[in-house]
Design a protein around this ligand. Structure first.
Ligand SMILES: *Cc1c(COP(=O)(O)O)cnc(C)c1O
Length: 404
């Protein structure tokens, strides 16, 4: 396959001109998408191996999700939580059942759900654990990614995400990811929660050592600390299970969900926990105008229904093995490391060959969309509807750019 030059259409220049430069997108202007594929303004087709950072786990425009959205658009889209609508209870019940938790609290974006988890953990700490007022501590991991709000970037270790955005919210302790001893030593009587990603996506799809989350669970039980799993990117089928913590046989006290929960249609996020935790919130203490709106609930309930079949988790597990086998074969041939689980991979390209950005540009020229993280690492996370042939096609393009 010969590579084509990516042209710079007017839309790109226009977007550059009128928007803040808080992103550095690949020069591809997309007009349509279906399943694992998108089409650009010049009619070129690309395999989407980013899938909206896992917001598109079910692919672009999954028919069942689009149908649910259409049906709801024809009925009612927004009420605010000042009133109850007829899509709310159904969504919340089905999501709670999927999580095996008693309660859910719906929000919109991932960062809002993380903020919700932080607020709930702090209030739980004061009201249930009797931590002295203002002293609650939450333990987080180095190289975390939990979103972009001022409180969340306060405990980021990425200078790009954090610098110049202070003053910072206190109350967070940062420990190395995957280090059980450091976690144990960081816990104090004022620790209310440990908040971590079961796999660190932004950091390069880092999988912690086996047993780390089980040890975290035991430490949290021992010290009366809430274990909070940020499954916004790792959850909802991405790793071959509904939740990535299942690989460790662990159940957290609180799940934080987002991205795929909105089916790639609307932003939908949520936290899920039992009544003894989420029950600490009373009317007026937390909320969101759009959280749990009728359109979000209609789409989110259909997402939960798709996940309840287990089909997507199965696909991710089986095709993930296929993807990882193809990628592992590239070790020593331009690839220096491969990590991940299910249809999710962090691939370290030999830095002598290409930066991650260059690799993604070359892949885009060959019709495969992926995203670099830091340095020479790229991440691959196709929609869970991808086929084995499509994986072969994408990895063949990766092979080609490493050999050229
Ligand atoms: C994307 C992401 C977030 C933030 O979600 P937004 O919807 O972008 O606010 C938080 N945590 C993790 C693990 C994520 O991947």
């Amino acid at each position: 396959m010969t590579s084509v030059d990516l042209r710079t259409p007017g839309e790109l220049a226009e977007a550059e001109r009128y928007t803040a430069h808080n992103y550095h997108p690949l020069p591809v202007v997309i007009t349509e998408g279906e399943g694992a594929w998108v089409t650009d303004v010049d009619g070129r087709r690309y395999l989407d191996f980013l899938a909206g950072y896992s917001a598109l786990n079910f692919g672009h425009r999954h028919p069942a999700l689009i149908a649910a959205a259409h049906a709801q658009l024809d009925r009612i889209t927004l009420t605010s939580r000042a009133f109850v609508h007829d899509q709310f209870a159904d969504f919340c019940r089905s999501l709670a059942e999927l999580c095996g938790k008693e309660l859910v609290l719906p929000m919109n974006t991932g960062a809002e759900a993380v903020e919700t988890a932080i607020k709930v953990a702090r209030k739980w700490g004061y009201r249930v654990k009797s931590v002295p007022d203002g002293q609650a501590e939450i333990i987080v991991a180095a190289d975390n990614f939990h979103g972009r709000t001022t409180t969340i970037v306060s405990f980021s270790t990425d200078p790009d995400a954090r610098a110049d955005f202070g003053p910072y919210t206190p109350g967070f302790k940062i420990v190395p990811y995957g280090d059980e001893t450091a976690l144990r030593e960081a816990i104090t009587p004022n620790t209310v929660a440990v908040l971590m990603e079961p796999i660190q996506g932004e950091a390069g799809v880092l999988v912690p050592p086996t047993g780390y989350f089980a040890a975290m669970r035991a430490l949290c039980d021992e010290h009366h600390v809430l274990m909070i799993a940020d499954e916004i990117q790792s959850g909802l089928g991405r790793t071959g299970r509904t939740f990535a913590v299942e690989h460790e046989g662990v159940v957290p006290d609180m799940y934080v969900l987002g991205k795929a929960l909105g089916g790639g249609i609307v932003p939908v996020s949520a936290v899920a926990a039992d009544r003894d935790v989420l029950g600490v919130l009373k009317p007026g203490e937390h909320g969101s105008t759009f959280g749990g709106n009728p359109l979000a609930c209609a789409v989110g309930r259909e997402v939960v229904r798709l996940l309840a079949t287990g089909e997507f988790q199965r696909r991710s597990a089986e095709l993930g093995e296929h993807l990882h086998a193809r990628l592992t074969a590239l070790l020593g041939h331009g690839v220096v490391a491969v990590r991940g689980r299910g249809l999710w991979a962090g691939v370290d390209i030999d830095p002598a060959l290409l930066t991650g950005r260059q690799a993604c540009e070359r892949l885009a020229e060959r019709g495969v969309l992926a995203k670099d993280t830091h340095g020479s690492t790229i991440r691959l996370a196709p929609p869970l509807v991808v086929t084995a042939d499509e994986i072969d096609h994408a990895t063949a393009q990766l092979t080609a750019i490493l050999g050229s």
